[in-house]
Each structure stands twice: as structure tokens, then as C-alpha cells.
Design a protein around this ligand. Structure first.
Ligand code: ATP
Ligand code: MG
Ligand code: FE
Length: 353
């Protein structure tokens, strides 16, 4: 099916068009620069920016894919989680589009969308199930056991405090680097020594393993970085930004990949999907590739352009739902800012309850 996906959960206005598992276009307009001076996303500003960016982004995506609106088979939209006001702008546009074109509308989960980005990898064979999936984004850090991306996503564990992306953003601020911090730390770390400072690996001690085997914690790491930089400053020493960035990045990547591969071994599932904005991290992609290979685990990493928020992953997930015969969403759904990752599609069939 030819599907147009709309993503407005945060500060990216993403419009993607797919034909089945083939990506046709992926247009992204970001209001990032408007938020940068506040050090984080301002909800009201994001919602207004979506309102202005949606129409041109849809036109650009259609042009890039060389398709017209009436050729679409379905419309897809992120219904949560995310900023309620931002979500509502995309949902309103998607409902209007679906009604005016008389096409089915699929309301899907943004987090499952991040994982579904892996479907759109043209060079890889279809995803095999079950598979472990690691979702690492600005608001979430979750380890999942996926029996089928359209019907069965189980949450194995998640962060008990900060998300990994949030930790990147906060540590960047400590180091005087601009928002968003992930790409900045990645860049700063390039010339640093990842073994320079032994930062803690949260929830990975033997004593954590019963209750928190698949949970994550990044606030202790953030505090350790803060303490280290304060000590350097108090001693009148210049903070070795490259070494701190490299050591911090190494600690995050190490614990993420260790726990993901541990889940693969424990559930006897030699497959791992990665998804979310932090998967754009160079060192994470490198370490995941090396260690999955050594463990005999088949790894799928979305292309860089599909890691951070985009509409293509939303369209891709909806195309997969259509392929597996799921009914469209009824039009009564709204924005759910705290939609859990286990809820793949919203209002899929209210009558059938
Ligand atoms: P969620 O998906 O949980 O709702 P979100 O949509 O805001 O949150 P994403 O767009 O998936 O998050 O990812 C954004 C996050 O990814 C930011 O925290 C950003 O710093 C981080 N990020 C982006 N690129 C990199 C990178 N190269 N290295 C590390 N982190 C990165
Ligand atoms: Mg964003
Ligand atoms: Fe996201």
C-alpha cells in the first residue's frame, strides 16, 4: 500500500511516504533552532511551528515521491507519546486528510515507529521474529521483546530515571555544548580517550541483576560527570572536554549494548533491532556492530536519516499493519502523551473492544 505518515510528537514535522517496505520520501522540518536558546523544546512553540510547517512538508514529500494525494491508499499519524499540543496538530491534519480523501487512517505509536524504521532498510531481508529491540531516544530507553511488530511488543525493562538521549543533552550542557547535545558530544568525543575517566555503568552491578536486569539508569552517570567537571574547575584545571565526552559516551554505549545482548542470550533470540535518536550515535553503531557480530546476533540499525523523528517510520509501521490485515483506527482517537510502547496502534477497533 501507498501510505503517507505524519509525525509531530516533538519538534520535528516529519512527512514520510512509503510503498509497502519501500521508502519513497522523507521530509523533515525542524523547529530545533527556535528551542535551542531555551536549552530544550518549548511545547507551545513546537505546536505553532508544526501548524506552519505541515502543509509545505506534505507538498514537498508528495513531490519527492512523485505521487499525488489521490493515489494514497492510507494515511498514518503519531497519536502518542509526545507533547500533547504538538501531537494534536498532526492528528488534526491527518484526520482532515483521511476524511477528505476517504481513506483509512492509522493512529500509531511513535516508539514502535522508531523500531519500525528498521523495516525500511532496502538492503536487509524481512525482519524475523521474535527479536529483541533496543529503543533509545530523547524521552525513552527501553528494552523490548518483539514477537511481531504489529501485534506483540513486550517491555522487558526501561530507564528508572533519565533517558539516554536526555543524559546526552544534560551532559552537553555541563560541558558548555549547545542543544541538542547528542550530536555535539558525538563530535567532541572524536578526539577523546574513552578510557580516560572510569564513569559508572548504571544498574549493571551483580546486586542490581535480579530486579533491574533490563532496566537502565543514567542519572548517576550524569552526576558523576558533573562532579568530575566541578573538581577540575575547583582545581583550576581546564576540563578535558574531549576525554569527558568520549568517556561518558563509552559508558552509555557499553551499558546499552551489554544489556541488549544479555537479553538476546537469555531469551535465546539471536536478533537485535535498534531504534531511536540516540542510535544515530557513531560509537553506539560501531560497538553494537562489533559486539553483536562476536555474539552471533543478527543486528539491524536504521539508516542515520531514520533514527531521529521522521514521518517515514510512521508510514512504514502503518503499511505493516495494513499488510497484516489490521483494521484502520476509528476517528475518535486523540493525543495520548504517555502512550505505552506496548500499545502499537490506537483505537484499532472500538466495536470489537
Ligand atoms: P521520544 O522518541 O522518546 O519521544 P524524541 O522523539 O524527542 O523522544 P528522538 O528524536 O528519537 O527523541 O531522539 C532525540 C534524541 O537523540 C536527543 O536527546 C538527541 O540528543 C539524541 N541524539 C541525536 N543524535 C545523537 C547522537 N549522534 N548521539 C547521541 N545522541 C543523539
Ligand atoms: Mg527532536
Ligand atoms: Fe522520537
Amino acid at each position: 500500500p501507498l501510505v503517507l505518515g505524519i509525525e509531530t510528537s516533538c519538534d520535528e514535522t516529519g512527512i514520510g511516504i512509503v510503498r509497502g517496505r519501500t521508502l519513497l520520501s522523507n521530509t523533515i522540518a525542524s523547529s530545533m533552532e527556535e528551542h535551542a536558546r531555551y536549552g530544550g523544546v518549548v511545547p507551545e512553540v513546537a505546536a505553532r511551528a508544526h501548524l506552519e510547517a505541515l502543509q509545505p512538508a506534505i507538498a514537498a514529500a508528495l513531490a519527492e515521491a512523485s505521487v499525488s494525494l489521490d493515489e494514497l491508499d492510507a494515511v498514518a499519524v503519531t497519536s502518542g507519546p509526545g507533547l500533547a499540543g504538538a501531537l494534536m496538530v498532526g492528528i488534526g491534519a491527518a484526520k482532515a486528510l483521511a476524511v477528505s480523501l476517504d481513506r483509512p487512517l492509522y493512529a500509531v505509536n511513535h516508539l514502535v515507529g522508531h523500531i519500525a524504521a528498521d523495516i525500511l532498510d532496502a538492503d536487509a531481508p524481512p525482519i524475523e521474529y521474535p527479536t529483541v529491540a533496543l529503543l533509545v531516544s530523547g524521552g525513552h530507553t527501553s528494552l523490548l521483546l518483539v514477537r511481531d511488530l504489529t501485534t506483540d511488543v513486550e517491555l522487558l525493562g526501561e530507564t528508572v530515571d533519565d533517558a539516554a538521549g536526555e543524559a546526552f543533552d544534560k551532559v552537553a550542557r555541563l560541558l558548555g555544548l549547545p542543544y541538542p547535545g547528542g550530536p555535539e558530544i558525538d563530535r567532541a568525543a572524536r578526539d577523546g580517550d574513552p578510557t580516560a575517566i572510569p564513569f559508572p555503568r548504571g544498574l549493571s552491578r551483580a546486586s542490581d541483576m535480579d530486579k533491574h536486569r533490563y532496566d537502565f539508569s543514567f542519572s548517576g552517570l550524569k552526576t558523576a560527570v558533573a562532579r568530575f567537571t566541578e573538581q577540575q574547575q575547583a582545581a583550576g584545571v581546564e576540563v578535558p572536554v574531549a576525554d569527558v565526552a568520549a568517556s561518558f559516551r563509552e559508558a552509555v554505549v557499553d551499558v546499552l549494548i551489554t544489556k541488549a545482548l544479555d537479553a538476546c542470550a537469555r531469551f535465546d533470540v539471536p536478533r537485535l533491532l535498534l531504534g531511536g535518536g540516540v542510535i544515530a550515535n557513531r560509537r553506539l553503531r560501531e560497538v553494537a556492530t562489533l559486539r553483536a557480530d562476536a555474539a552471533g546476533v543478527a543486528l539491524r540499525i536504521p539508516p542515520l536519516s531514520l533514527c531521529t523523528d521522521n514521518g517515514a517510520m510512521i508510514a512504514g509501521l502503518a503499511a505493516e499493519l495494513i499488510r497484516s490485515g489490521r483494521p484502520a483506527s476509528t476517528l475518535g482517537f486523540g493525543a495520548d502523551s504517555t502512550l505505552p510502547v506496548t500499545e502499537i496502534q490506537v483505537a484499532e477497533d472500538l466495536d470489537a473492544g
